[in-house]
Design a protein around this ligand. Structure first.
Ligand SMILES: [Zn+2]
Length: 135
């Protein structure tokens, strides 16, 4: 196994082409088919060239989040020493003991578009297939 972890033995011009194709957004499986190598080889070339991996996420509505009638204090408590976030938020989600509001800084990767809270999910995830996130 260890012998399979070393640098990929391909001419530099092939590696250059692979990196160029990857960076311009070509599909992984097409790059692999064109050059007839394994997924592992592709990723080892990218690693060797210090190319950051592409991530494709899709935004879907997070249907638990609601716009509040009036802003509430963000519930986030953190830092050292622990302090309560001073921000107000117009967004929150219902829990058994009321609506929990969080400011944009503490919405953890969510964004607001056209009055809807959205979350980035992997394109092959169930949420992406359904078109929304639901707890
Ligand atoms: Zn906050």
């Amino acid at each position: 196994m260890a012998e399979n972890r070393g640098p990929v033995q391909l001419p530099d011009q092939v590696k250059d082409a692979v990196v160029e194709e990857y960076l311009r957004g070509d599909k992984i499986d097409l790059i692999q088919m064109d050059h007839q190598f394994s997924p592992g080889s592709l990723y080892r070339i990218l690693h060797e060239r210090e190319i950051p991996l592409r991530t494709f996420m899709v935004w879907v509505p997070d249907r638990d989040w609601l716009m509040l009638g009036s802003p509430k204090r963000c519930r986030h408590i953190g830092g050292s020493p622990k302090t309560h976030c001073p921000n107000l938020s117009s967004w929150g989600f219902p829990r058994s003991n009321g609506v929990w509001a969080y400011c944009r800084e503490h919405m953890y990767g969510r964004r607001i578009r056209n009055g809807i809270v959205e979350m980035a999910v992997h394109p092959e995830s169930p949420s992406a297939q359904r078109g929304y996130v639901e707890r």
